[in-house]
Design a protein around this ligand. Sequence first.
Ligand code: PGA
Length: 250
Amino acid sequence: MLRTPVIAANWKMHLGPQRARTFAAELAAALPPQGNRTVLLFPSAVSLAAVGGVLYDRPDLMLGAQNIHFEDEGAYTGELSAPMAKEAGARAVLVGHSERRHVFGETDGAQAKKVAAAFRHGLKPVLCVGETIAEREAGRADDVVLRQLTTVTEGLDDAQLHELTIAYEPVWAIGTGRTATPRDASAMHAVIREAIHRRLGDAAVQVPILYGGSVKPDNAADLLRAENVDGLLVGGASLDVTNWVRIATA
Ligand code: PGA
């Protein structure tokens, strides 16, 4: 691996402000400042400020929002904009998580606009891509992932593409206990890397490609060793301080 590993925690719809604050304090105490890792935490939007308040002296732990709307403001009941997320303490944002795509019906086009909004406001976008089990079994996994990726990347200039972080999260591995093998992950990461390489040439190695989907303390090190895997995006196992610290330091 050539890059600094990126380890990210997606807390999903868990931990309101009070519990998130306590949890973040425990986490900060258990995880010494990481010089050789980029650690990202994605709390619920309502908990961003609370977590930021506890982690003010830990710039090594970067906060992010789990989702944004692509407009800056307006009549979009229930939504959160990039400038609002930023004001609440976010420096990054997850875009196109499979639950946004498959539970809430968000399109590829919407993800392209969200990534553009993130760049407009200086938030680091982490673009999630991944196929369903039906798509994999039909032999369409590569096509689906490349479609999700290029719908976003074709709207970016090279400087922005350079700043993109990508997370490959096969839908069949998320929250199911079924992890892609390091070999499966590597194979898809190579497909993604090749697509970036066509745009950026050798600089493509600097674009981090994370793996996500049932990452646990027991499989984290093997996944991180896999070729083209530059980091991990962790859901369930990030909600336990001990497990999370083991993964973040794997
Ligand atoms: P999981 O979730 O680790 O619980 O499978 C990963 C994710 O959804 O980002």
